[in-house]
Write a protein that binds this ligand. Structure first.
Ligand code: DUC
Ligand code: ZN
Ligand code: ZN
Ligand code: ZN
Length: 497
């Protein structure tokens, strides 16, 4: 048959099967055949994948790139409250460095955030701004969610519709915490009800803003302000209360919601219970909650590297519950929540803080978020599949097929004829030499990784996007600007299992 690339003899994984010794033929960026001993014309490039898993390219449905670059003017009018750093301090990943890092870790599509700030009445200029930042600068395909901080009349009555119909953006995110972004329940209800009509999926950051604020003030009064106390200020019940409230608001409006970055057993149980009652409640967790435990020392500043919200938890019970939730279908997606800033700032600051002024070392001024777009797939493959906690099929479900379906990426997320040829080829497991990760091996623009020293038991060998090899044997070989913006379909209600 006619093809321009054929992958030979891999163990091809879908959500339901593993087909051993299977070929994939690709033509013009699309998968045209999957089968045994596919005959192709002479001279077609062949990649030998014998002994290796071949999985659909990773879809990372929660990535922040150029987070604080857009809407810079609007942002200056918003006081920093721990949710967002000062503009001068931004040292995160751009579309160039973030998507380069994504492909080096086997991810072929990222869904990133366009952020509306309080001062913006409309969403449209915000979306246009992010289009400018991403266009021509991405190594992998990308789509946008929109963060809504000002549900103005214009947003509710016009912009959400325009966003879906003209821009192909079919998900929003709302915050229940951070003064600069948090919405009152009243406004979340307004948004959920509009979202329901338009086929938009609403992502919710569930932490109780007042409870966190109250905790922070009490910790500050006692002088307990090192990074360690970030976790103390946001205990599991703060997440659980907001999770339950978000489920209630969704139920009241009959609107689908996705609880993002779920970090605890208590929240996972509330979500599971809602799903058992057939509510359209979906959930995401992240590798950092599955694999890291809070072991910060109480005095030092090194812990700032691990400050994210919700915080890294202290209990293995939480981790076990999250792994269980992956296996029983509570979680539809495992995303990185890549939201990094450098530890050492070029201007001599540490994670957004004035180095010389100990008063400014207060945890609440540390921007919240970790790097993880490149490590997401390999760390889950190592600690999930190779370690025997999840099957290869379940790995594919939560890292690719699940997020593609949830977010309306209709040509992404599986290996079947007619789908985009987005494919990750792993190393043959038998011969792979496990190694300890160091940050120098990664392709992001960040000066640390929370997975430093972790033992990796496999790593993507090839990343292929729309039939083009973009990462091969440790090297990014794709071109900046190859990544395309992907318009998405409306959210369709699906069962989680
Ligand atoms: N929430 C996110 O989703 N990402 C980074 C910070 C945050 O609070
Ligand atoms: Zn969040
Ligand atoms: Zn106060
Ligand atoms: Zn995030």
């Amino acid at each position: 048959m006619n093809a321009d690339l054929v992958i030979r003899n891999g163990s091809v994984v879908t959500t339901s099967d593993i087909w051993p010794c299977c070929d994939i033929a690709i033509l013009n960026g699309t998968i045209v055949a999957v089968g045994i001993n596919i005959p192709v014309n002479k001279g077609v490039r062949e990649i030998e994948a014998g002994g290796a898993y071949v999985t659909p390219g990773g879809v990372d449905s929660h990535v922040h790139l150029s987070l604080y670059e857009a809407s810079a003017d609007a942002l200056k009018t918003v006081p920093t409250d721990g949710g967002i750093p000062n503009m001068d301090d931004y040292t995160g990943d751009t579309y160039e460095t973030g998507t380069r890092s994504a492909v080096a870790g086997g991810t072929t599509t990222v869904i990133t955030f366009a952020s509306q700030y309080r001062g913006d009445d409309s969403l449209i200029p915000v979306i246009e701004e992010y289009h400018k930042l991403a266009a021509g600068s991405s190594y992998c395909d990308y789509a946008f969610h929109v963060i809504i901080s000002n549900p103005s009349q214009m947003v509710l009555e016009q912009d959400l519709k325009t966003m879906v119909e003209n821009y192909g953006i079919t998900s929003i995110k709302v915050y229940m915490t951070y003064n600069a972004m948090a919405l009152k329940d009243y406004h979340i209800l307004d948004l959920l009800s509009a979202a329901r009509e338009l086929g938009i999926l609403t992502m919710v950051h569930a932490e109780n803003a007042d409870a966190v604020h109250w905790m922070i003030e009490r910790l500050e009064a006692k002088g307990l302000t090192t990074p360690y106390y970030h976790g103390t200020s946001r205990p599991p019940i703060v997440e659980a209360e907001a999770t339950y409230r978000a489920i209630t608001l969704g139920q009241l409006t009959d609107a689908p919601i996705l609880l993002v970055h779920v970090s605890t057993k208590s929240s996972a149980e509330l979500i599971r219970n809602a799903q058992t009652n057939l509510l359209p409640v979906y959930a995401e967790t992240c590798p950092q909650f599955l694999l890291l435990l809070d072991s910060m020392d109480k005095e030092g500043f090194e812990g700032a590297k691990y400050v994210c919200s919700p915080p890294i938890r202290e209990s293995v019970t939480d981790q076990n519950s999250l792994w269980q939730g992956i296996n029983n279908g509570t979680f539809s997606t495992i995303a990185s929540d890549h939201a990094p800033v450098k530890f050492y700032h070029p201007k001599g600051k540490l994670r957004g803080l004035a180095n010389k002024d100990p008063a400014q070392r207060n945890f609440q001024y540390i921007p919240k978020g970790l790097p993880g777009v490149e490590t997401r797939l390999p760390v889950l493959f190592s600690e999930g599949v190779v370690a025997g906690r999840i099957t290869p099929q379940r790995f594919v479900e939560v890292t690719s097929t699940g997020p593609a379906r949830l977010f309306g990426l209709k040509r992404k997320g599986t290996i079947a004829p007619g789908f985009d040829a987005d494919i990750t080829i792993w190393h043959p497991q038998e011969t792979f030499q496990s190694f300890k990760l160091t940050n120098e091996m990664l392709h992001h623009a960040i000066d640390y990784t929370p997975f430093e020293g972790f033992e990796f038991k496999n790593w993507p060998r090839y990343t292929i996007i729309r039939g083009k090899v973009v990462f091969q044997e440790g090297e990014v070989v794709g071109e900046i600007g190859y990544g395309q913006f992907i318009k998405r379909e409306k959210h369709l209600r699906t069962s989680t299992l």
